[in-house]
Design a protein around this ligand. Sequence first.
Ligand code: FAD
Length: 292
Amino acid sequence: ALNQYLAEIKGNVTVSFEFFPPRSSDMEQMFWQSIQRLSQLKPSFISVTYGANSGEHQNTYSLIKEINKRTGLVAVPHLTCINTSPWELHEIIQEYWHNGIRHIVALRGDLPPDNSSRQNITMYGLDLVVLLKKIGDFEISVAAYPEVHPEALSAQSDLINLKKKVDAGANRAITQFFFDVESYLRFRDRCLTVGIDIEIVPGIMPVFNFRQLQRFATMTNVKIPLWMNTMFDGLDLDIESSKLVGASIAIEMIKILSREGVKHFHFYTLNRDELTYTLCHIIGIRPEKITI
Ligand code: FAD
């Protein structure tokens, strides 16, 4: 059966990789090593996050330019609108458009940890999509939440929010990471019922540090199934075994998702290449062989 699966999937799927701006010189080294290795797999694009409230827009942009220069790949900036005035956003978007950036991951952005700006939200992801489309015919990816965004009033209102982003011109939705494959599949079905016809790309998080994952999951309302606790139990200090467990979980998810018709996977690399590289290898995404 594995043989058949590999034959089915080979050449049929594409991938993209997400990175975040490194914050120290050690992290910077790891960032570029990972970009270099993963770029050999010819992803459809590499995206770089933008810390809302961090003022690091220039940082994201210079990384985008450098990735494109070093790898020749399409590099896509994330852009958030919380805590940035529409005027500043206008400037940033125009700069992107004039410099040939044609694809943007458009987000509202995370609230600051103290939640102080919750009352002052003046722009949502939808408004950013509208603004982008006013300035240029960008390809736009937006965020989607199979397990519902933590601030959403209801699952239905969250779904309608996605529908509005699609109607405003979003070309693709990338999901928050998840481990309950059923929740993704149900969400994809629900998207169809409200007429969302763009690709709902699953965001895959290959786990190598379970404690860190638990923190991420709490912040984002993502369920960690009990069986995952069992699988990682006792491995807190055992990075090597944790990576192998993380890889086996992710490959199992990818197997089910590809059987369910998923054709593109977005990997949250956390700036590391190992797990993502191995997962891609298994599904037949490999560097081109150099023949002499
Ligand atoms: P929105 O689509 O604006 O939705 C936010 C919430 O508001 C939802 O609960 C929605 O239901 C609700 N809502 C929408 N409109 C209204 C309204 N009119 N009234 C009341 N409620 C409303 N964060 C970063 O800071 N930088 C990044 O680079 C980044 N990259 C990401 C990439 C992906 C693929 C994903 C899934 C998330 C990313 N995030 C990033 C996190 C994201 O910014 C947060 O999840 C944020 O809280 C919501 O962003 P959004 O674009 O989904 O918001």
